[in-house]
Design a binder for this molecule. Structure first.
Ligand code: BES
Ligand code: MG
Ligand code: ZN
Length: 493
């Protein structure tokens, strides 16, 4: 599928289907849509009336127009909501809705005419492209037959945005990263495990010339990564500590680390997850690592002037005679001791050693992303990630990057007093606090492993997975928050 801009005016565009966006108060057509309607003998106004189309967000309508000599065969309407509420994400979602309708209608050549947002045709073209590609990505790798046949769409023309080849190409690179993250998260634990995650990192390294260091179990032992290795003990699959590095050709303007939680299956360990705990969904517990690799793939193609370290301590959390026992005391690579009062709070143990490792690299900022707590899902639901930060400026940078990405974050308090709940009579800390404020105590635990470097923690347990289609996400893995990570790094240039 080829996405390109065209300078052909709406009235003259020819192809299978032309999609236009309408605002909520615009259903009495004026201006350009009215001219198009006149050319099409009033078919748009008729469609609006017949389908009671009100221009609300997430609504679409489609109809056949004219006979064989018409310059277009179908018209697609997409609602954009209230113009005063318009954001870049409005047209990203609009484009996603159009792409779904066009796919269903077996359209081959599609024209998309959506408004320029914030007087910024470049970013408008980028996000429309993202919307199309991401909405059309449906993961059918594990089906023996394609459900709706092959995708017929071969060309998409973006109208009214000028020449935007660079923005489209940027979007395509970002989407390749999002799709990699989606596919890693969606693949079950019998396919994606620490070994195959390391192989994926190797593929990215070889295709884009990144440096790759894989620390094996013995290497991790030498570095004293007792917290990470405690989690890995019961798995028959060896743990892999992945460290992928992108270095720009010139002097880097900044040096940052992105750390993803990479638990390829979380059984809970000996505190095994009970009935109704969603154990069967715990293949998604490497969503942080998947997004880290997705971001690496995109950043390696976009080549910003920033040095980026992509890190993940990858393991399964399993049970066996070798499993760590509830109550065991582990020593992390910064020398701190941890009483494991719950083996299901394993993500923070793997992240502890990854944070210590990242800080030793002397980076300017560390961001970690983790499907860390059910408590965060209870607090913020499925669409919003928690964000904690030791550095207000870094928090603002992530929020700015998320605006363009259309991914949602909500800053949560780093309430030090709750560390009381992690105090252990026998070790420096426990790994699990009380039920109340569970996402905050998890963050305070991680904070014990970062000394001075500005740091942001993202709890992405909700948004990595979608129960139903929503915006650019299809039911299943979302690839959250690859777009925010890529924007954040590229904004540093
Ligand atoms: N992987 C889970 C968190 C999770 C929950 C991710 C739901 C995705 C969806 C994590 O390792 C976990 O088990 N957390 C426990 C922590 C508790 C034992 C303190 C939880 O949230 O219940
Ligand atoms: Mg767990
Ligand atoms: Zn987990």
């Amino acid at each position: 599928m080829q996405i390109q801009t065209t300078t052909t005016p709406q009235l003259d565009w020819t192809g299978d289907a032309l999609a236009i966006g309408l605002w909520e108060n615009q259903t009495e057509l004026t201006g350009k849509p009215a001219e198009l309607d006149a050319k099409l003998s009033g078919v748009i106004q008729e469609l609006i009336a017949e389908t009671e189309f009100l221009g609300k967000v997430n609504t679409t309508a489609i109809t056949r127009v004219g006979g064989n000599n018409s310059h277009i065969r179908k018209i697609i309407l997409v609602g954009l909501g209230k113009p005063e509420e318009a954001k870049l994400d409005t047209v990203r979602r609009g484009a996603a809705a159009i792409a779904r309708v066009a796919k269903q209608a077996k359209i081959k050549s599609l024209g998309i005419s959506l408004p320029v947002i914030q007087k910024d045709p470049k970013h408008t073209a980028q996000v429309i492209t993202e919307g199309i590609i991401l909405a059309l990505h449906v993961d059918q790798r594990f089906k023996s037959e394609l459900e709706n046949g092959e995708l017929k769409l071969t060309t998409v023309d973006l109208l009214g945005l000028g020449e935007q080849a660079e923005a489209i190409s940027k979007a395509e690179k970002i989407c390749a990263g999002v799709i990699l993250a989606r596919e890693l998260v969606a693949a079950p634990a019998n396919i994606v495990n620490p070994v195959t995650m390391a192989e994926t990192a190797m593929q990215i390294a070889t295709e884009s010339g990144l440096d790759l260091e894989i620390l094996e179990q013995e290497d991790c032992e030498k570095l004293g990564m007792g917290a990470f290795l405690g989690v890995a003990k019961a798995s028959d699959i060896p743990p892999k500590f992945i460290h992928l590095t992108y270095k720009p050709s010139g002097t880097p303007k900044a040096k940052v680390a992105i750390i993803g939680k990479g638990v390829t299956f979380d059984s809970g360990g000996l505190n095994i997850k009970g009935v109704g705990s969603g154990i069967e969904t715990m293949k998604m517990d490497m969503g942080g690592a998947a997004a880290t690799l997705g971001a690496a793939k995109a950043i390696a193609q976009l080549k910003p002037e920033v040095e980026v370290h992509f890190i993940s301590a990858v393991t399964e959390n399993m049970i066996s005679g070798k499993a760590m026992h509830p109550g065991d005391i582990l020593t992390a690579s910064n020398g701190k001791t941890i009483e494991v009062n719950n083996t299901d709070a394993e993500g923070r143990l793997t992240l502890a050693d990854a944070l210590v490792f990242a800080e030793k690299l002397g980076v300017d900022a560390i961001i970690d992303l983790a499907t860390l707590t059910g408590a965060c899902v209870v607090a913020l639901g499925d669409h919003v990630s928690g964000l904690w930060s030791t550095d207000p400026q870094l928090a603002e940078e992530i929020k700015a990057a998320s605006q363009l990405a259309g991914e949602k974050f909500w800053q949560m308090p780093m309430e030090e007093i709750y560390f009381e709940g992690l105090k252990s009579p026998i070790a420096d800390m426990k790994n699990t606090g009380p039920r109340a404020g569970g996402a905050i105590t998890a963050t305070l635990f991680l904070k014990q492993f970062v000394q001075n470097t500005p740091w942001v923690h993202l709890d992405i347990a909700g948004p990595v997975w979608a129960d139903k289609d929503n915006g650019v996400d299809n039911a299943g893995a979302t690839g959250f928050p690859v777009r925010t990570l890529v924007n954040w790094v590229c904004n540093k240039e």
